[in-house]
Design a protein around this ligand. Structure first.
Ligand code: PGA
Length: 309
């Protein structure tokens, strides 16, 4: 690398890195500008200057989509680590000044959406100086966010084995077999093998719920007839209620439909089948990277979660 190229890199500004991090994550300049509360031309100029400093294009355009070049991918990881590191510094400064403030980024799996707001609500009320950013996605996406090192904490059932993580289990997550209300097997003790001819609906690949169900099926040698994959718990619930098949879901996700479903026959929309081996006893944990010291805010949130356990 020439001296001139090195000097150009040293002139990269935090604003440019912030614009780049957002654009690379969202793959959209418009959405990055929106998130950063600046105009789209501002982000475009920052990205152009950054690409000049790096000396390589960071994005390429295919049709109306942008995607990262190889240099862009390399910079994405570095930018994320730098920004996360800076945020930890900000939060450390706030701590030294006796304040719990700053941003708390939590990535939670979709099944957690049924309780995470209850968890965050009291924390947020007690710490008005903390801005919380919550991403709710399936397990694979949450793992990717943990890998990126930008998120402080994740809430999930099956943390990955290939990342060094601290893990604090705090809530049971029983997984149950759900069928439409009025299913012939509802209310009867059933062996899993008797469900081999049923039409099974599964969450999408990448879902932890699906992974837990598949791990159990393969452990007991059961091969379900999977007719459909659906991308959310709610989509599965509606499809099961409509009689399209049966599925495995978190008991928490089906609770509301058991209690408050339509009651033309006195029944709710869904029934939990009494299947041998179920519920699968799993739990949710709050996890964070061992190699990235948690911010004061993140530590405070973990304490809060432990009090709820
Ligand atoms: P998911 O959640 O199915 O939305 O990935 C699984 C989990 O509870 O970890």
């Amino acid at each position: 690398m020439t001296d001139k190229a090195l000097r150009a890199l040293q002139r990269v500004t935090p604003q440019q890195l912030r614009a780049f991090e957002a654009a690379a994550r969202l793959l959209s300049i418009t959405r990055a500008a929106h998130e950063l509360h600046v105009t789209q031309p501002t982000v475009s100029v920052q990205l152009r200057d950054l690409a000049q400093a790096v000396g390589m294009p960071l994005f390429e355009t295919t049709g109306r989509q942008i995607r990262l070049t190889q240099s862009g991918e390399a910079l994405q990881q570095t930018a994320a680590e730098l920004l996360a590191c800076w945020q930890r510094f900000e939060s450390r400064m706030a701590e030294i000044h006796g304040l719990v403030r700053g941003r708390l980024r939590i990535a939670a799996v979709t099944t957690a959406e049924y309780f995470v707001p209850e968890l965050i609500g009291p924390f947020s009320a007690a710490h008005p100086g903390v801005e919380i950013e919550l991403a709710i996605e399936n397990r694979n996406s949450v793992v990717e966010r943990l890998r990126g090192g930008v998120y402080d904490l994740a809430v999930m059932m099956l943390p990955p084995d290939d990342l060094p993580l601290w893990r604090v289990p705090f809530r049971q997550n029983p997984l149950v077999v759900v069928a439409p209300a009025g299913h012939p097997l509802a209310g009867k003790r059933t062996r899993l093998a008797s469900l081999a001819k049923q039409r099974w609906l599964m969450r999408e690949p990448g879902s932890g719920t699906r992974m837990a169900a598949e791990q159990h099926f393969s452990k007991v040698g059961f091969a379900p007839q999977v007719v459909m994959s659906l991308g959310s718990n709610e989509a599965i619930k509606h499809a099961v209620a409509a009689g399209l098949g049966i599925s495995v879901l978190s008991a928490l996700a089906v609770q509301s439909s058991l209690a408050a479903g339509p009651a033309p026959t006195g029944n709710s929309a869904l029934a939990v089948l009494d299947v041998a081996g179920f519920p699968l006893r799993r739990s949710w944990s709050v996890v964070w990277r061992k190699d990235l010291p948690p911010s004061a805010v993140a530590r405070r949130f973990v304490e809060h979660v432990q009090l709820q356990a």
